[in-house]
Design a protein around this ligand. Sequence first.
Ligand SMILES: [Zn+2]
Length: 356
Amino acid sequence: MAYKLSEDHPLQPIRVKLAVEQMRASGLLEYASVLAPKTASRQELELVHDSSYIDLVAALSDPARRPEAGPWQVEAAGFGSSDNPVADGMHEAAATVVGASVVAAETVHSGDALHVFSPAGGLHHAQARWASGFCVYNDVAVAAAWLRERGHRVACVDVDVHHGDGTQAIFYADPEVLTVSLHESGRYLFPGTGFPDELGKAPARGTSVNLPLEPYCWDEPWLAAFEALIPLIRDFQPTVLVTQDGCDSHLLDPLAHLQTSTAIWPRIGNRFHTLAHELCQGRWVALGGGGYALREVVPRAWTLLFAEMVQRPELAAELIDPEPFPPSPEEQERVWRGLDLGLQKLSAELDRKLGR
Ligand SMILES: [Zn+2]
């Protein structure tokens, strides 16, 4: 709840609380244990972030120490905009979001649980040396790096409406971590990246995968795109699945232009669940992510996801939007064409860069 960057910021932590309350109201917490988070250690943050960046965030967090940082330094580290204001206590809050996701990774690695959901997590835009897109530290990347350090091959699958650019950049040259992102095209939406030709750098060619979608994309093409990426995850043969489950592709989300319904969430959850068992002996770390329709969408989407994690989908079925939200026939045509083109490009790039 402390990860609140300003009073009028779009990312309000109340959404996490509302989501957990909905899970409880739907009776799902009876099939799960609630784990306490921790604050990530310096060493854990340094799995991903530069030491000097962590020093700066810690100094900016404390009003008394804030003058230590020069204005150019603050700007270079991504702070000072309304997206990423300098906020009191942001170091501790962000380190606790990371800590919760590390607890999730630890629990799945030790086998104490097969699946763990860390709904405050999913801060996928933070980079090694700078904050971006509401994200101070990248818990997705820290959890993945923590698992990788213990010998895992990690598949990070990101269904947020925004490209998972920070996670991708951090593992761009790492062949042991696959990053897959399905998102609204960077031609229309922040952060402006995530195109099929971003495939990873040697020796990790082919371990970054991106499929951009056209605005107004609704359930049917969204799920077709999602399904088209599954074979690439299988081919990678991960030993653990880390999913960023941003729910900002919904029609009601105020920050983006896709128009899915909550009906995609049982499908996403079921697919991840099946993949985790099929490929990873069940190991699945699910993280939150975007979602700015705080009351109307986030609690329903994440409860539907969680219901699949605990295999009680019937308890959440009433949270599914009754009808999908397809756009006009002309727009439908354009969305499908864009998807075909995106899939063709992705397959051509993979063939070309991998010399297939
Ligand atoms: Zn997002």
